[in-house]
Design a binder for this molecule. Structure first.
Ligand code: UDP
Length: 412
């Protein structure tokens, strides 16, 4: 591997965000965070890489430390069968029919119990557990501090038997954080608070790139710029509907010439990804103007370049907890066509910064509309960037967490 400057992560400080969000917001964060100085806050999830949760934690935990919180990021250690089970919990939480035998429950709980020995959470001032993989760990700890369960997935219509099982763990927590009002659960006893996810504008994935940098980054992957690019950048997951994207592309291409790029990465806690990637490869192998990429080198720059150069970005999910990829593309002034589901309607204002769609046909029609109207794309792109700046930057997210932690720790 040839290593160069682009492989080095630049360390940012909170002050660097002043030029983007203004002094007032940064000063407020610093003031609000003061009473939390030195407090030990532990976040736990199940992967450092791949998927939106790892992406979020990467910036959030770093910035928590920047404001004086002693914030830590710990991982659950699991094996393949455990992650197959938790991926099925992920799917079941989003409504799929899954197997939930006593043996499955035993493996899930045993891994969580085993991990409780390594985690040593008892000395921290607050614990934040992300998603179902680590949810059960609360059962195996002596709870001496506030515990929050942060749910990142679409739990609007979960599989009933799974939900009844998970609910018993959820109710042991002090509070549950969800990504939108649509996930509010009537049958959960603990308080539920909405905190929307965010992107970090200073990360390689989101900083502004020159046209030359975009083209050189993508040329290495064999991408040509002779046809407008439509892209979907997602883990290979049925909920992201890559097959629907391919069908929509086929229909749109009959009306206006374009190329499709599907870029995905794998997460260590998602064993289903490779199977779906091969299905997508098979489906597209005879198609013209389709590029399918998995686990590219220099991932963040490639994602950035692709979201920046695409005429239209798709996120045609049929279930989506939030869908960070939508906000990432909007930030780059690229209109997004997204599935009308879960967290996507919080980000796409239909007809203003993209379109919400309910079918392959609708998706294809909207692609044609946008591809044929550069002026519309530009107007939507302008609105898109401002919309993200107002709502979905990491500085707002950090302040939400600071307020949550103070409330949980009863600090004024
Ligand atoms: N992503 C990436 N490389 C890829 C595909 C996706 O870095 O090849 C990132 C994407 O940029 C986003 C995250 O993975 O930051 C996906 O988050 P999202 O909330 O959209 O979906 P999730 O995977 O959590 O369901």
């Amino acid at each position: 591997m040839i290593l160069n400057k682009s492989h080095i992560t630049k360390m940012t400080t909170l002050d660097d965000y002043r030029k983007i969000v203004g002094n007032e917001k940064i000063d407020e964060i610093i003031k609000e965070a003061k009473p939390l100085k030195g407090k030990h806050v532990v976040h736990v999830n199940s992967t450092f890489y791949g998927g939106g949760v790892a992406e979020l934690l990467d910036s959030l935990i770093y910035l928590m430390n920047q404001v004086g919180i002693n914030a830590e990021w710990r991982l659950l250690k699991g094996n393949l069968s455990f992650f197959e089970i938790t991926k099925s919990f992920h799917n079941g939480s989003q409504g799929a029919d899954i197997e939930l035998s006593p043996k499955i429950k035993r493996i899930y709980e045993e891994v969580n119990r085993h991990n409780s020995v390594f985690m040593r959470l008892e000395k921290s001032d607050a614990v934040i557990i992300h998603d179902p993989q680590v949810l059960a760990s609360i059962k195996f700890h002596k709870k001496r501090q506030p515990w929050v369960w942060r749910c990142h997935i679409d739990i609007s219509s979960p599989n009933k038997k799974l939900w009844n099982y998970l609910k018993d763990f959820i109710n042991l927590y002090d509070e549950m954080i969800i990504s939108g009002d649509c996930y509010h659960k009537k049958d959960v006893k603990i308080p539920q608070t909405v905190i929307m996810p965010s992107i970090d504008p200073l990360k390689d994935k989101n900083r502004k790139l020159s046209k030359q940098k975009i083209e050189s980054t993508l040329s290495v992957l064999g991408i040509k710029f002779n046809k407008p690019i439509i892209s979907q950048i997602s883990r290979f997951d049925y909920w992201k509907d890559p097959c629907g994207v391919i069908e929509a592309f086929k229909k749109a291409k009959k009306k206006t010439d374009c190329q499709l790029i599907l870029l995905g990465n794998s997460a260590t806690d998602d064993p289903e990804g490779l199977k779906i990637y091969y299905e997508v490869l098979e489906k597209t192998k005879k198609m013209k103007d389709v590029t399918v990429l998995l686990n590219v080198d220099n991932n963040d720059l490639v994602v950035n370049a692709l979201q920046s150069i695409s005429a239209v970005v798709l996120q045609k999910s049929v279930r989506e907890g939030f869908g960070l990829t939508v906000t990432e593309a909007l930030w780059k002034s690229t209109p997004v066509i997204g599935g009308n589901t879960g967290g996507i309607p919080y980000q796409i204002v239909d007809g203003e910064n993209g379109y919400l769609v309910n079918s392959v046909n609708e998706c294809a029609d909207r692609m044609v509309t946008l591809l044929e109207d550069e002026k519309l794309r530009r107007a939507m792109g302008k609105y898109a960037h401002e919309f993200v700046k107002e709502n979905f930057l990491v500085t707002r997210h950090l302040l939400d967490y600071i307020k949550l932690l103070k409330r949980m720790m009863k600090i004024k």
